[in-house]
Each structure stands twice: as C-alpha cells, then as structure tokens.
Design a protein around this ligand. Structure first.
Ligand code: PGA
Length: 248
C-alpha cells in the first residue's frame, strides 16, 4: 500500500510575509495527519522554507533545475545548489515549462538525472492538452513523455521517482479530470513503469494535478492508482491545502 503524498506547487507566487503566514498555518494545522506533504517553492524562498520547516512533517523542494552542473549558465540553478537547501523534491517538466520555455522530454529527462545525482527526488510531470485528448492521443502523449525519462534511467533507479499526471486542460481552470478519467491514465503510466521494473511500479507514487481542491480530492484519491496530488492554486491557502491533506 502506497502512502498518500500531497505536494504544493506554489508556482511564481509568494513573498516573505505571505510565505511565513502560509507555512506557519500549514505546520500548525497538520495535527498528526497521515499523508506525507511538501511544498515546492520559488528558489529564493528555499532558505525560508528550510528555516521554517526543518523538524516538521512538511518537506520542501524546488520547481525546476538546470540540466547542467555548476558553471557558465547565467540565470540557471543547478541541482547541487538545491541540495544545499535540503530540498527533498524537484519538479521537472511541468507543462508551464514545456509550453513557455519549450522544454522537451529529452531535456526533462536530463533534469531528472541531475536531480537524482544529488540525492533528491524528481517529480516528473506529464500531461496532454485538450486538443490531444480530443484527438484520442492522451496515452500516446503521456507515454512518450514518461518514456523519455524511463529510457535514460537505470531500471534500479526508477523506484526513486515521483510521477505527476497533470492534464494541461485541468491546470488552473477549475475543471479537474474525473476520478475515472485520471485513474485510467494513472494505470497506464504504472503499467509503463512495470515493463521496466515491476518493484518500482509498486512503489512509485503517481500524483494527480489539475484543479485538485478539498471538495474533489477525496474522490480522486480513492482511486487505486492515484497516490496523491500536485496542487497549484489550492496550495496557496493553508486551509485548502490542509483540507486536501486531510482528505488523503
Ligand atoms: P492547479 O495547478 O492546482 O492550480 O490546477 C496544478 C499544477 O499546475 O501543478
């Protein structure tokens, strides 16, 4: 049985004052909840998270990383730097990065490798657009996205991944995938992992992301292959984030 995992993706939101209130609210409200949880924050706030969350049940991480090791890459942040702030997770291949920064699955795979090399856990995001879903291409699209990463990793390393299925049409739109629709894709992704490493398929958490909220989380998380959530908008309010953690 996989434990549930709820991860907040703050995206490009926050300020030192707002973060302090949000982090304190989450820690104060956790109350022995059983789901594991974490927040992935803009890099400048990692120190603040480390200070506020060390010794609590809330882990933290980053939203992106360079595929390179440190060196002449102006504006980039390498995995070794993120590791210095004790990040547990690093999101790679979020659809906003694929769309606005033209990240390819090949690049995403290199980023995942960089994260693993520093002992952190990559959260590999995959998801189809509405046009791709309407054209019946969902499984092919998400399969190629995940396949690019699986192919680059030693099968033994697959157990260290987290995968997030985030249909692009559900992100920030208020339109979540139905539990059955999401489950179908999650089962497909798990089968794809099973081909390379059956043990990894048992343990890798596959999170759902896309307008998950306290009132729809329970039904989504009740599906056998939905092991948690990657939460955008609802992760910015302690009450909503805690509501999802409690639903899990
Ligand atoms: P959302 O975002 O919960 O606001 O839809 C999820 C995500 O993009 O990770």
């Amino acid at each position: 049985m996989r434990a549930k995992l709820i991860i907040g993706n703050w995206k490009m939101n926050g300020s030192r004052a707002a973060n302090a209130e949000l982090l304190n609210g989450i820690v104060a409200g956790l109350d022995g909840a059983e789901a594991a949880c974490a927040v992935c924050v803009p890099a400048p706030y990692l120190q603040q998270c480390q200070d506020a969350l060390s010794g609590t049940a809330v882990a933290w991480g980053a939203q992106d990383v360079s595929m390179h090791e440190c060196g002449p890459y102006t504006g980039e942040v390498c995995a070794a730097m993120l590791a210095e702030f004790a990040c547990r997770y690093v999101i790679v291949g979020h659809s906003e990065r694929r769309a606005y920064h033209r990240e390819t699955s090949e690049l995403v795979a290199k980023k995942a490798l960089a994260v693993l090399a520093e002992g952190m856990t990559p959260i590999v995001c995959v998801g189809e657009t509405l046009a791709q879903r309407d054209a019946g291409e969902t499984m092919q699209v998400v399969g190629e996205m995940l396949g690019a990463v699986l192919e680059k990793l030693d099968p033994a390393a697959l157990e260290k991944l987290v995968v997030a299925y985030e249909p692009v049409w559900a992100i920030g739109t208020g339109k979540n995938a139905t539990p059955e629709t999401a489950q179908e894709v999650h089962a497909h992704l798990r089968a794809q992992i099973r081909v390379r490493n059956a043990q990894a398929a048992q343990v890798v958490p596959i999170l759902y992301g896309g307008s998950m909220k306290p009132d729809n989380a329970g039904a989504l998380l009740a599906q056998p292959d939905i092991d948690g959530g990657l939460i955008g908008g609802a992760a910015l309010k302690a009450g909503d984030f805690l509501g999802i953690i409690k639903a899990a």
